[in-house]
Design a binder for this molecule. Structure first.
Ligand code: TRP
Length: 345
């Protein structure tokens, strides 16, 4: 067996919120798949109970959860190596929530960015501070801490918006370990997605790529639809023969997108063609389409195959849950014992 670069445990949770776009892929999915492959133990789970605070539509939750599993499998996650499961299949997590709740000050939850943002929005709109805030949203950080602590996680790859959650997780683990004088929970570290990971790609209208702007290119679409979206990228009226200055090339949406999917040589090639003059936007779009096709044509087929075979997905997720529950039971047993309850039988 090849030596693993790192014997640590890495864990990521993904809320089921629909199909990803190519910006999600570059910024979060690809780096997490790589990180999982590099580490001795890796866990990836569908945070379905976290989604329940906002998605209260059974059909959507079920469908979106399958989508997450199919998506990560299609994009290279190896289920033999990375433990892939549904959060809701690990009951130990929820018992740990109850245990952590007993040592977590309410004030910590009051300081949560997500909760504070909801309160601020309500105040701005002249509503009651806690309007539409359910307890699931309020205690979201405790559930997230349980997700992480149950697996004795070393590293959680996160975007900036999630850093506070990892700090809170460390706080809660520390409260517990200090209160009961037993090192039951390992304090995790976050790894900030930086550089290409965490990158924000421009959308086809030049603004940040986002589903809410409707300017995104989905990962899993057929080739004709992909081509159509690429051809819709907004450009200026520069003529093909006009040379472009280096800054303008760097700011060009086609070039920016291309550079994330092309090899370094291909990227240099497009850059010099723009700078010399003679490269029209139509040609550049064709090249962008080609590299997207190279990257996503096969995964799109794999994704479709998984989505057409829910039984297969269920089997994979159940096998993952069985593995995840082994470490979960050990952690929960140790926590129960530390507070004066029986170990699990
Ligand atoms: N809060 C994360 C998000 O919104 C999802 C998540 C839930 C998570 N539990 C986790 C991420 C544990 C990492 C580790 O993206």
């Amino acid at each position: 067996m090849p030596a693993l670069a790192n014997a640590k445990t890495v864990l990521t949770g993904v809320k089921p919120t629909g199909a990803p776009h190519i910006g999600n892929y570059i910024g979060a999915i690809r780096p997490a798949v790589r990180l999982a492959a590099e580490h001795g133990r890796s866990y990836l789970f569908i945070a379905d109970y976290h989604a329940l605070n906002a998605v209260q539509d059974a059909k959507a939750l079920r469908e979106d959860s399958y989508q997450v599993a199919a998506c990560w499998l299609a994009l290279g996650l190896n289920p033999e190596k990375t433990v892939l499961y549904r959060q809701s299949d690990i009951p130990e997590i929820f018992e740990i929530v109850t245990i952590l709740s007993a040592v977590t000050p309410k004030g910590l939850m009051d300081r949560s960015h997500a909760y504070k943002a909801a309160v601020d929005r309500n105040k701005e709109e002249g509503k009651d501070a806690d309007a539409d805030v359910n307890m699931g949203l309020y205690t979201y950080p405790i559930l997230m801490a349980a997700d992480i602590l149950v697996a004795q996680t070393d590293i959680v790859p996160v975007g900036k918006d999630q850093v506070q959650h990892i700090e809170f997780t460390r706080d809660m683990a520390g409260y517990f370990n200090n209160t009961f004088k037993k090192p039951v929970f390992k304090l995790p570290n976050y790894q900030l997605e930086s550089g290409v990971a965490g990158a924000i790609l421009p959308g086809i209208d030049g603004r940040k790529m986002s589903k809410s702007y409707g300017n995104h290119i989905p990962v899993f679409i057929d080739s004709a639809a992909r081509r159509k979206l690429v051809m819709k990228i907004v450009t200026d009226s520069r003529r093909p023969e006009e040379p472009m200055n280096p800054d303008d090339v760097g700011n060009n949406v086609i070039f920016q997108l291309y550079s994330h999917f092309a090899t370094p040589d291909e990227t240099l090639g497009m850059r010099s063609a723009f700078e010399k003059g003679g490269m029209g936007y139509g040609d550049a779009k064709q090249q962008l389409y080609d590299v997207l096709e190279r990257e996503f044509e096969k995964p799109t087929q794999i994704y479709k195959d998984y989505m057409a075979d829910r039984k297969k997905l269920d089997e994979l997720l159940e096998a993952g849950a069985a593995k995840a529950r082994q470490v979960a039971r050990e952690t929960l047993s140790a926590a129960r014992e530390a507070v004066g309850l029986n170990r699990l039988k």
